[in-house]
Design a protein around this ligand. Structure first.
Ligand SMILES: NC(=O)c1ccc[n+]([C@@H]2O[C@H](COP(=O)([O-])OP(=O)(O)OC[C@H]3O[C@@H](n4cnc5c(N)ncnc54)[C@H](O)[C@@H]3O)[C@@H](O)[C@H]2O)c1
Length: 382
C-alpha cells in the first residue's frame, strides 16, 4: 500500500471536524493520531472561527500537520488547490443540493477529489434530493473516486460482533427495536431545533439507528412505515419541554418545532419487523441508545454504543445457559477512528470496496428517515 502523505482539506470548522469545548472526539483529533497527511486548507464562510481553529491546531503538539494550512471562505478555492481528499462537515442545509453553492460534494467528486462526508445527505425532501443524488452517483462512477458517508456505527466492534453471531445463527431477523433518547438541556447545536435547517430529529440524529436497522437487518419495505409523533403543541400538553437551551426555539412557530417523541414501525423486505423510538426529554448531555435484535433462540442487545463502556449482551441456545446473558465489552475500540482509518487507506489504494457506507447505500437510509418523518407528519394530531 502507498504511504504517500495525503494532502487534505477540511470543509467546516465546526464541531464534527474540530470539536467543541475542548472535547477532542472530532475527526481532526483522530486523524492526528493516525498521521500520514498534511492539512492544506480549512474552508468556512466564518473565517474568524476557522482562523481560531487553525491557530489552536498550529500551536498544539500536532502543529506540524497544519504548517502550510490556509483558511478559505469558499470550497471552490480549496478545489483549485487539488487536495487528495476533503472532509465535509457542514450542516446539511448548506449542502446536498443542486442549488448554487450547496453542491459541495458534487463539486469535489467532479474534480476527482476523494470525499468523506457527514450524514445526513441533505435536508431536501426526496423528490428534490433525487436529482442531486443521481448527479453525484454519475460523477462518482466517472471520476472513480472514493466516497464515504459518516455512518461510523457500521465500523463499531460490537456491530461487527453482532453480524458475526447472526451469520453463525444463519436464520432471519424477527425483530429490530432501537431506542434513542436525546439529552437536550445543556449542550446543543441551535440549528438542530429547526427542522428546515436540520431535517428534524430522525433525518438528522436518529439516522444513525435507521442506518443500523438497514445494515444489520436489510432494506425496509418503505410502504409499511407507520409513525406517530408527539408534537410540541400537542393538545394534551405532553409535548411541552421546559429546558431548551440557548433560546434555540425562540421565534420558531409551534408547527415548525421538532417533535418531542417519534415512534415508528415497519416491515423489513426480508419479513422481520422493525421499531424506532426517539425522544427529546433527558436532562444533561448523556444520550441513551439501545438496540435489541431477535432471531429464533438468539437475542442481541447493543447497549450504549456511543459509550466506551458499550455492552453487547447475548442470550442464546447454549445448553444449560439459555436463561443467562453473556456480555461482550469493547473498551478502547473507537468506531470513528476505524471509519477514518479505513477511508484514508481507501484513498491511498483508490479502493471504494472497503468503505462500509457508500453514497448509494446512504441514500437508502435517507429515504427511510424521510419515510418515517412524512408518515409522522401525515398522522399529526392537532
Ligand atoms: N457522525 C457523527 O457522529 C456526527 C457528529 C456531529 C455532527 N455530525 C454532522 O456533521 C455536520 C456538521 O455538524 P457540526 O456539529 O460540525 O456543525 P457546526 O455548526 O458545529 O459546524 C458547522 C460549520 O460549517 C460551517 N459552514 C456552513 N456552510 C459552509 C460552507 N458552505 N462551507 C464551509 N463551511 C460551512 C459553519 O460556519 C460552521 O462553522 C452535520 O451534518 C452533522 O449531522 C455528525
Amino acid at each position: 500500500m502507498s504511504n504517500k502523505t495525503l494532502r487534505i482539506g477540511f470543509v467546516g470548522a465546526g464541531c464534527v471536524n474540530f470539536g467543541r469545548w475542548n472535547v477532542s472526539w472530532d475527526h481532526a483529533s483522530r486523524l492526528e493520531r493516525l498521521g500520514g497527511f498534511q492539512v492544506i486548507a480549512i474552508v468556512d464562510p466564518d473565517t474568524d472561527k476557522a482562523e481560531q481553529v487553525l491557530k489552536t491546531r498550529q500551536t498544539s503538539q500536532h502543529g506540524g500537520f497544519y504548517k502550510d494550512c490556509v483558511v478559505l471562505a469558499d470550497i471552490a478555492d480549496l478545489i483549485r488547490m487539488h487536495p487528495d481528499a476533503v472532509f465535509i462537515g457542514v450542516p446539511p442545509v448548506a449542502r446536498g443540493s443542486l442549488q448554487q453553492n450547496k453542491d459541495l460534494e458534487l463539486q469535489c467528486v467532479k474534480a476527482g477529489i476523494h470525499v468523506f462526508m457527514e450524514k445526513p445527505m441533505s435536508v431536501l425532501p426526496l423528490v428534490k434530493f433525487q436529482p442531486y443524488a443521481a448527479a453525484i452517483q454519475k460523477a462518482i462512477e466517472e471520476a472513480k473516486v472514493v466516497l464515504s458517508v459518516g455512518y461510523m456505527f457500521r465500523y463499531h466492534a460490537a456491530v461487527m460482533k453482532m453480524k458475526e453471531l447472526m451469520k453463525q445463527h444463519g436464520g432471519k431477523v424477527m425483530s429490530f427495536n432501537a431506542r434513542y433518547y436525546y439529552a437536550y438541556t445543556e449542550m446543543t447545536n441551535i440549528y438542530w431545533y429547526n427542522a428546515e435547517l436540520s431535517g428534524g430529529p430522525i433525518v438528522e440524529q436518529a439516522t444513525h439507528f435507521c442506518d443500523l436497522a438497514r445494515y444489520i437487518v436489510g432494506d425496509v419495505d418503505l410502504a409499511t412505515v407507520h409513525t406517530l409523533m408527539l408534537d410540541s403543541d400537542d393538545r394534551s400538553g405532553a409535548g411541552h419541554i421546559a429546558h431548551v437551551p440557548l433560546g434555540a426555539e425562540d421565534g420558531i412557530p409551534p408547527r415548525k418545532k421538532i417533535p418531542r417523541v417519534t415512534v415508528s414501525h415497519w416491515r423489513f423486505a426480508d419479513g422481520g419487523l422493525g421499531c424506532l423510538t426517539h425522544s427529546i426529554a433527558l436532562p444533561g448531555v448523556r444520550y441513551e441508545a439501545n438496540i435489541d435484535v431477535q432471531l429464533d433462540g438468539l437475542k442481541l442487545s447493543l447497549i450504549e454504543p456511543y459509550q466506551d463502556s458499550c455492552i453487547l449482551r447475548v442470550r442464546n441456545m447454549e445448553k444449560g445457559r439459555r436463561d443467562e446473558d453473556r456480555d461482550f465489552t469493547f473498551e478502547g475500540s473507537d468506531s470513528y477512528s476505524t471509519e477514518l482509518k479505513t477511508f484514508m487507506e481507501a484513498v491511498r489504494t483508490n479502493d471504494q470496496s472497503v468503505i462500509k457506507s457508500s453514497y448509494a447505500d446512504a441514500v437508502k437510509t435517507y429515504e427511510l428517515t424521510w419515510a418515517i418523518r412524512l408518515s409522522g407528519e401525515q398522522n399529526f394530531r392537532a
